[in-house]
Design a protein around this ligand. Sequence first.
Ligand code: ATP
Length: 200
Amino acid sequence: MFKLGLTGGIGSGKTKVADMLAELGATVIDTDAISHALTARGGLAITPIRAAFGGRAIDATGALDRDYMRALVFDDPNLRARLESILHPMIAQEVERQAKQAKGCYVVFVVPLLVESGRWADRLDRVCVVDCERQTQIERVQARSGLSLERIGQILDAQASPEQRLAAADDVIDNGARISLDELRAQVLGLHQRWCNLAG
Ligand code: ATP
């Protein structure tokens, strides 16, 4: 099946675009949602994470303590690699399982850090980037989370630059401040038709 990678910076609108593609009949596989499910209470990754990082990594509800873990791995590549060595194989297995059941013209993999990770390049037929100015990303993330401006800035700085992302793109969706949801939907529909044609 034709495989499309969908990426973009934090708050760029990936999820919104993915939801619109799903409405049009594409199969959407969201690696972030899979990662969240694996690290939610009772998720498969909880036991190995507890074994590797100790009980402090798990919150009172039994889910991964995201704030603690984010702070722990932010400045320590070794700890980050350790966490990824637990999560990545589990995510890959679930992605594979969902991809086997895919229906529609093509399958969309939503991968926030697609450009950064380098593990996706040879597994995709096409990459679509959702593009949006930094200020709009900040406003959207602020509107929906309790993250401080400083924290949002740190996350943005740790992600690929817009130029790096655009260099990896076959298609670009403009979802900047001036783009209404109707305008976004129109771009998504045009690309959906193109991808269905490409998928044959
Ligand atoms: P993250 O990487 O943080 O998960 P994301 O790239 O998936 O973010 P979304 O969750 O799709 O981004 O969008 C961020 C917020 O901005 C959401 O609340 C969404 O409803 C809103 N949003 C996205 N695009 C638009 C738009 N064109 N007009 C108005 N609101 C929008």
